[in-house]
Design a protein around this ligand. Structure first.
Ligand code: NAP
Ligand code: GLV
Ligand code: GLV
Length: 320
């Protein structure tokens, strides 16, 4: 069996593959062009790809032997699932193992924006700190505030529980009510009510046709003037231009973003604003989580190649 892995990773993360499959690792830590992707997938039975690799019909056409696409991510909006299913290609992802890391990053962004941590760091490094002042870099406190969680999946619920533990009032919007959140007294509300009531809003949605631009100009206009918006889901859930414009006009207080509509591109205005904290899609980027994710990706891949049902099969329709 031949396998392609689209990014270099530490050898120790790939121990499950040793002696089981013949694998090739792309040697450079950069995005492959479509042509490169097609060429490297042309003779393999399986692939481990990253969320920036677009696996569409054209790429699948170039990979006639492909039986499994193991995505090294929980989100799989980079893969044409319908097309894969039609070709009986299994698609898998890496849920659960990155839930805590991503919820922690959302909280880190929330704290950073609310307490102006990054702005304070810039200020200090620039040599502008001339001593304590009663009014220097005043932020806003988290305890006692209302946080609105959009998308109460694995990460959204973990974030909600952490926010509750910090003394925040949690309200949430999702497709279905979650018993797990009833237990912490979280209220299941409509999107509009969430936008109107929240001091902080944290997005944990996948990108789908339904969630694309779920947060646009109209939704931002419903937010409180001092609202802070956090996004660790997918960039295109927000109309990034509308958000940048609202932040520039100070229509809302701030934002903490880990994901962008046109990654790795970022709407220029955002780069110039003080009330925004930007991280480069590092939600799951901890040593322990990235290693576990690769083990899960390898396990999914091996199961599929051995003709078993992988633990994290995204398109079970392939089995029918
Ligand atoms: P998940 O368990 O599938 O949670 C997603 C939740 O979104 C689902 O529970 C679902 O709610 C809700 N949802 C989906 N479509 C919706 C819609 N149209 N309206 C309202 N709610 C909707 O996935 P997860 O493991 O928590 O991951 C969530 C996303 O986070 C991933 O898809 C990925 O894009 C992103 N992510 C980013 C990073 C990062 O590095 N920044 C890391 C990991 C994940 P119901 O249960 O109510 O149907
Ligand atoms: C990261 O964004 C993921 O979906 O795992
Ligand atoms: C601040 O440093 C204080 O002592 O109040």
């Amino acid at each position: 069996m031949r396998v392609f892995i689209s990014r270099p990773v530490p050898q120790g993360w790939l121990h499950l593959l040793h002696g089981k499959v013949d694998y090739e690792i792309f040697p450079e830590d950069r995005l492959l062009s479509k042509e490169e992707l097609k060429r490297h997938l042309s003779e393999v039975d399986g692939a481990i790809v990253i969320l920036a690799d677009k696996i569409d019909k054209e790429v699948m056409d170039a990979a006639p032997n492909l039986r499994v696409i193991s995505n090294y991510a929980v989100g799989y909006d980079n893969i044409d699932i319908e097309e894969a299913t039609r070709r009986k290609i299994m698609v898998t992802n890496t849920p659960d193992v990155l839930t805590n890391a991503t919820a922690e990053l959302a909280l880190a962004l929330l704290f950073a924006v609310a307490r102006r941590v990054v702005e304070g760091d810039r200020f200090t490094r620039e040599g502008r700190f001339e001593g304590w002042s009663p009014v220097l870099l005043l932020g806003t406190e988290i305890k006692g505030k209302t946080v609105g969680v959009i998308g109460a999946g694995r990460i959204g619920r973990e974030f909600a529980k952490k926010a509750h533990a910090l003394g925040m009032k949690v309200i949430y919007y999702s497709r279905t009510r979650k018993e797990e959140l009833d237990k912490i007294g979280a209220e299941f509300v409509s999107l509009e009510e969430l936008l109107r009531r929240s001091d902080f809003i944290s997005i944990h949605l996948p990108l789908t046709p339904e969630t694309h631009h779920l947060i646009g100009k109209k939704e931002i206009e419903m937010m409180k003037p001092d609202a802070i918006l956090i996004n660790t889901g997918r960039g295109a859930v927000i109309d990034e231009m509308a958000l940048a414009d609202a932040l520039k006009r100070k229509r809302i207080k701030g934002a903490g973003l880990d994901v962008y509509e046109f990654e790795p591109g970022i709407t220029r205005i955002l780069l110039e604003l003080e009330n925004v904290v930007l991280t480069p899609h590092i939600g799951s980027a901890t040593e322990e989580t990235r290693k576990r994710m690769m083990e899960v990706a390898c396990e999914n891949l091996l199961c599929a190649l051995e003709g078993k049902t992988p633990p994290n099969l995204v398109n079970p329709e392939v089995l029918s």
